[in-house]
Design a protein. Structure first.
Length: 290
């Protein structure tokens, strides 16, 4: 049964369109224009095309940010994925933990990602819920009032690997070197940060995904989690290569999952230059690309 872990009034989300300039060596983006509401942003997310995937200039609807996390558990490695049903695109995908970047964080998108991870990635032990740290910085604790923290342990996030090509916000070089691509079907710029997650030593760890929905009756945003449908998946890696096996982590046990109809999101589709042209990609083939 799902549990409501937070209620809040919707904050008026504002972002800006993004002007993108690319060359074979570097991609530069700049926020432009007036602030956009969420609905205004969605209206701009219409398919676009570019003549040259390496060198182009265009204005996209928004900036999105994702975490491609390698998770270490019992001397094995996995990639963390969440499940999302997308009625607007008519598919059901496994995707990276991700979010839209608001206007005030467009120059520092890693801050948005830290908030998204704190809100969506939940690790539970018998002593409570694990706080998270990215290098030396504690992640926010959005559910401190409802999910008591493990008082002695936490999980650690560190940068895993940087992309070979530079990404700049105006003149600011993003030092974490995320992978960048323009997603042509949604006219958006996406940044993918590669990270490694190491949990503390424990025998009863569970991994869950919290999601938000708008409650029609109260008009509030509710955050919920469900131990029976954790919706946070571990895609196994063997020597850095996807094995095609998918698990959930429940009280320290890896429980294999079978989802023959699932697809992977566009983040796993082949990238040509700076662009991705697909809306999704077959499971598990796409795990070999990024």
């Amino acid at each position: 049964m799902a549990k409501i872990i937070a209620r809040r009034n919707p904050v008026a989300f504002k972002t800006q369109a993004i002007h993108v300039q690319s060359s074979p060596e570097v991609l530069r983006y700049s926020p432009v224009g007036n602030p956009l509401s969420f609905d205004q942003m969605l209206a701009l997310r219409q398919p676009v095309q570019v003549a040259d995937p390496e060198c182009f200039e265009l204005t996209v609807a928004n900036l999105g940010v994702s975490a491609d996390i390698t998770f270490q558990w019992q001397q094995r490695e996995f990639r963390l994925l969440v499940r999302q049903q997308r009625p607007d695109r008519g598919d059901d995908v496994l995707k990276l933990l991700s979010g839209y970047v608001p206007a005030h964080e467009l120059r520092l998108p890693l801050l948005t990602l830290m908030t998204e991870l704190a809100e969506e990635l939940l690790l539970e032990t018998g002593q409570g819920w694990l706080p998270g740290r990215y290098q030396d910085v504690w992640l926010p604790a959005p559910y401190a009032d409802t999910l008591p923290a493990d008082p002695k342990r936490w999980f650690s996030l560190t940068p895993h690997q940087g992309a070979a090509r530079a990404v700049l916000c105006r003149e600011l070089n993003l030092l974490e070197r995320p992978r960048a691509y323009v997603h042509l079907p949604t006219n958006s710029l996406q940044l993918v940060y590669h990270m490694r997650l190491v949990p503390p030593s424990c025998h009863d760890l569970s991994a869950l995904h919290a999601d938000e929905f708008l409650d029609a009756q109260s008009g509030q945003l509710h955050a919920r989690l469900d131990h029976h449908q954790p919706d946070l998946y571990l895609a196994e890696l063997r020597d850095g290569v996807a094995s095609g096996r998918l698990f959930t982590l429940e009280q320290g046990e890896l429980v294999e999952q079978q989802h023959p109809q699932l697809l992977l999101s566009e983040a796993f589709a082949p990238q040509r230059g700076w662009v991705v042209a697909e809306s999704n990609w077959p499971w598990p083939d796409g795990l070999a690309f990024p």
